[in-house]
Unconditional design. Structure first.
Length: 190
């Protein structure tokens, strides 16, 4: 996406925006700023959290075709530590684990401003409506039932990573626009 900042009017125009060019004597000038929006070619980070080693290995094997960096955690406490240090885009989170349950981990992640933008996909053998409601209340972005279907897992992960990329890009653009507005000369309406 190309954004142009029109210096005299301090406005932002996208390629879809039809701008009106003022008279030449106004001194109207635009400078072009290139902002990368290539969401699909960004290498993502995925954290797999499950206390069962075969489950972790299976999920990791299923994700082998996705261009991403993968790390694993064995319990909820380690998941919280790795969420901070590894900074994943997506966490595949088991529900029933020692130390902290998946519900607790998800709630802590979503309550922490530094981690709340991480996407969470709960992967669970629990199928009761109450469990799904608890997962939603904890802040999960989606859930997947065990046994995991490889095709469904890959599609959900791809969709969630794409959504994460778009969400991150929207935040970068919001911050950019805020900086422009903060730098605008006083006396000019925003």
């Amino acid at each position: 996406m190309n954004l142009r900042r029109c210096t005299d009017f301090d406005t932002v125009a996208t390629p879809d925006f039809k701008e009106q060019t003022p008279a030449p004597e106004s001194g109207f000038r635009c400078t072009e700023l290139i902002i990368e929006t290539d969401v699909e070619n960004t290498s993502h980070r995925i954290l797999i959290v499950d206390d069962n080693p075969p489950n972790r290995e299976l999920l990791e094997a299923y994700l082998g075709d996705i261009d991403c960096e993968i790390d694993v955690a064995e319990d909820g406490q380690e998941a919280m530590e790795k969420a901070t240090s590894f900074k994943p885009d997506l966490i595949l989170l088991d529900v029933m684990m020692p130390k902290l349950s998946g519900f607790e981990v998800c709630r802590k992640i979503k309550d922490d401003p530094a981690l709340s933008n991480i996407m969470v996909l709960m992967v669970t053998a629990l199928n009761e409506l109450g469990d799904i409601e608890r997962a939603i209340d904890a802040g999960t972005n989606d859930f997947l039932s065990k046994p995991v279907n490889r095709v469904e897992l890959i599609k959900r992960v791809e969709n969630m990573l794409q959504l994460k990329g778009v969400t991150d890009e929207n935040e970068r653009l919001r911050q950019y626009i805020q900086r422009i507005e903060d730098d605008a000369p006083t006396g000019i309406e925003k």
